[in-house]
Design a protein. Structure first.
Length: 199
């Protein structure tokens, strides 16, 4: 008998049955991606979703250990996250990715990897460089502004904001809880999640 985990030859029908999807948070360092992602996750869990997190920093520690911050290495890191997200989406998970992912083309490739198996929902976590620098407890922005840290996204390396994301949250105008609620409500509107599962 074929193992059901691998019996996914009709991904479109899986999507119609309310299968997995990927929620992709992109934004500058310090914009609030991970904070919001970890508020959204429990809300999805309450709605009966199997939730998996792919956080950019955690992935670099494990899956992408040894990669630097050149454009090529950044692209490789995001492509790896996209590939893993596609596998998890295929198997029905609600995959929450939080990574700066600064380049539009690389995010597009991540979308193309996921969409044969489920929806790809891009969330632009919007915040200005100045605000992100103000929040930065590690002083990385200050080092980048001073020229001590090269290739820092938003300072001397570009961040290409999404042209048409499914969701935009503005963390200078919203609390993390408000932003998370916007995300969950959009997922409900897209019929990707239902109401919380009661006791």
């Amino acid at each position: 008998m074929t193992d059901h985990i691998f019996a996914h030859e009709h991904p479109e029908s899986d999507r119609a049955r309310g299968g997995g999807f990927t929620l992709w948070f992109t934004g500058l360092s310090g914009s609030g991606k991970s904070t919001i992602a970890h508020l959204v996750g429990p809300a999805l869990d309450e709605r009966g979703q199997l939730v998996e997190y792919l956080d950019g920093d955690t992935v670099r520690t494990h899956l992408s250990k040894g990669l630097g911050f050149s454009k090529e290495d950044r692209d490789t890191n995001i492509e790896r996250i996209g590939w893993v997200a596609s596998r998890l989406t295929r198997h029905g998970a609600a995959v929450i990715c939080a990574a700066i992912s600064p380049y539009e083309e690389t995010r597009r490739r991540a979308r193309e990897a996921v969409e044969p198996f489920g929806a790809f929902v891009e969330v632009y976590v919007k915040a200005s460089v100045d605000e992100c620098a103000r929040r930065d407890v590690n002083g990385l922005y200050a080092k980048a502004f001073a020229g001590e840290l090269k290739g820092f996204t938003g300072v001397d390396d570009p961040y290409e904001a999404p042209a048409s994301p499914e969701i935009v949250v503005d963390t200078e105008a919203e609390t993390p809880e408000e932003s998370a609620r916007i995300v969950v409500e959009k997922l409900e509107e897209l019929a990707l999640v239902g109401a919380p599962v009661g006791p």
